[in-house]
Design a protein around this ligand. Structure first.
Ligand code: SAM
Ligand code: ZN
Length: 307
């Protein structure tokens, strides 16, 4: 999918969402704002909207090796039930919200070269999308809807992998802990799957009829793998803390818990451990020779914006 109409859903990271017109537009192989800032479209189709002057600590964002391990693991289908559950929740939400939601983001000026009003539709945004697994599948599931799927990650390696595989979606390098480069109120479904959350920005970009879906692990998630491998601890009381942090802008509208057992062979265990931050610090220990049977569990928290 080209950027011609999709660019208008994005806002310039330098000028911000309050500039008028805020939306970007295409000019050759670049995206431009009305003030003349330009952003190259990479050969794989992604756009980097991280301001060059903004230096991030080295440990922000997953490395290419972690994202490749994540892709190999997810391609094994182990988390397909989670993807399916997200698809169902998002699809149901779109059907319910359809009468109230014909959204248009901040529109660029008429008649600007390569610019124009985006067609009616809705943006769907996955913040911390990694290599694009959940957004790619969601985009297929929602194929009959006039939606513009966007994935954002601070890791260029992730965005690049995602863009190469999921040609029907748009991927952007941006820092999800700063201002998101999306128009205010432009997003109908916002996904946050095991990724950092920015409540104020989530609240700004989400439409008043929108849905925020946050996925966190249950306390038992990967229990048997964790027992043998140095992986990140699951915070006690994570769900309550997230609901509290989001409370100023969001109310919880539903909770879905998904639990099942997986039997993971040593390659799958190695990929699983390789995709976690511990792997980057070289803390991985060799997986055992046999399969590991472990519970996995996800809590899907659905939020609506406070009116
Ligand atoms: C645990 S991974 C989850 C990736 C993906 N949602 C999945 O479940 O396959 C967390 C992701 O958040 C990204 N991330 C970390 N800090 C970020 C930030 N400040 N802004 C955007 N993405 C960030 C990482 O690069 C990584 O891809
Ligand atoms: Zn600008």
């Amino acid at each position: 999918m080209g950027w011609e109409s999709a660019a208008a859903w994005l806002v310039c990271p330098h000028c911000g969402p309050d500039s008028a017109p805020a939306g970007l537009f295409t000019a050759g192989a670049t995206l431009r704002c009305a003030d003349g800032h330009t952003f190259d479209v990479a050969a794989d189709g992604h756009v980097n909207l991280l301001p060059a002057r903004r230096r991030l600590p080295d440990m922000v964002g997953d490395s290419k090796a972690m994202l490749l391990a994540r892709r190999r693991f997810l391609d094994g289908g182990h988390y397909a039930p989670l993807s399916e559950a997200l698809n169902q929740l998002a699809g149901r939400h779109l059907a319910n919200a359809a009468p109230a939601s014909g959204l248009l983001p901040g529109a660029p000026a008429q008649g600007r070269p390569g610019g124009g009003m985006p067609p009616p539709g809705r943006a769907i945004l996955d913040v911390g999308c990694g290599e694009g697994y959940y957004l790619g599948r969601l985009q297929h599931h929602l194929a009959r809807w006039p939606i513009y799927p966007f994935g954002v990650d601070v890791s260029k390696a992730g965005v690049s992998l995602a863009a190469r595989r999921h040609r029907g979606a748009h991927f952007v390098v941006a820092d999800g802990s700063a201002r998101l480069p999306f128009a205010t109120g432009s997003v109908q479904v916002l996904l946050s799957v095991f990724a950092p959350r920015h409540p104020a920005e989530f609240g700004r970009v989400l439409a008043s009829t929108g849905l925020l879906l946050v996925v966190i692990p249950t306390p038992d998630h990967l229990r048997e793998v964790r027992a043998a491998q140095p992986m990140l601890e699951i915070e006690a009381d994570k769900e309550r803390r997230i609901v509290e942090r989001l409370a100023p802008g969001f109310h919880l509208t539903g909770t879905t818990t998904l639990e099942y057992e997986l039997s993971l062979n040593p390659t799958a265990v190695a990929n699983l451990v390789g995709m976690t931050p511990g792997a980057r610090r070289g803390r991985q220990v060799a997986p055992g020779a046999g399969d590991v049977r472990t519970p996995v569990g996800f809590t899907l928290l659905a939020f609506g914006p406070r009116g």
